[in-house]
Design a protein around this ligand. Structure first.
Ligand SMILES: [Cu+2]
Length: 168
């Protein structure tokens, strides 16, 4: 009986995980030590291209809660100016614009900040070749501030876009 119950518990856990697209999810803890309903996954940062000083960062946020939340700001000790950007089609030309009112994450949904879509711009910065991770602090309307370690994609192989062609 005990064994069977353990098995059922394990089974339930598996089902929950696969419901979240099979990725590893760990609910993030915010700066006041509260466990949130959010998981922040695959945080990365692309160092500036040679001769430039703007980095691009991204991550996914999964909302396991029953109500929506909103990503309203991002900060990092490596820059005074970090912005959330989106792409807009203006008369057939794709342009980047800052998102000023944040990004909503509905209950049960995942948002992705990455190349070619919504993304994070880190201005006037530099990342040394020996730096493995960079702290990013994500501020959410309900969940508060969550800090993650973004992996520095020194090989440029993160889900990246070419900034030199994006007007930065
Ligand atoms: Cu941008």
């Amino acid at each position: 009986m005990f064994t069977k119950r353990l098995f059922m518990t394990a089974l339930t856990a598996t089902v929950i995980l696969s419901a979240c697209s099979g990725m590893h999810h760990e609910m993030a803890v915010n700066e006041t030590g509260e466990k949130t309903d959010l998981a922040v996954m695959n945080p990365f940062i692309l160092p500036p291209l040679p001769g430039r000083d703007t980095a691009l960062a991204g991550f996914e946020v999964h909302n396991m809660g029953k109500s929506s939340d909103r990503l309203i700001a991002i900060s990092s000790p490596i820059s005074q100016r970090v912005e959330i950007h989106t792409h807009l089609d203006e008369d057939g030309v794709m342009k980047m614009r800052q998102v000023k009112d944040g990004l909503e994450i509905k209950a049960g949904e995942t948002i992705a900040l990455k190349r070619g879509g919504d993304h994070v711009m880190v201005f006037k910065t530099a990342i040394s070749e020996t730096t493995a991770t960079v702290p990013l602090t994500l501020t959410f309307e309900k969940s508060g501030r969550i800090t993650v370690a973004a992996t520095v994609a020194h090989d440029g192989q993160a889900p990246a876009m070419d900034h030199s062609k994006m007007g930065h």
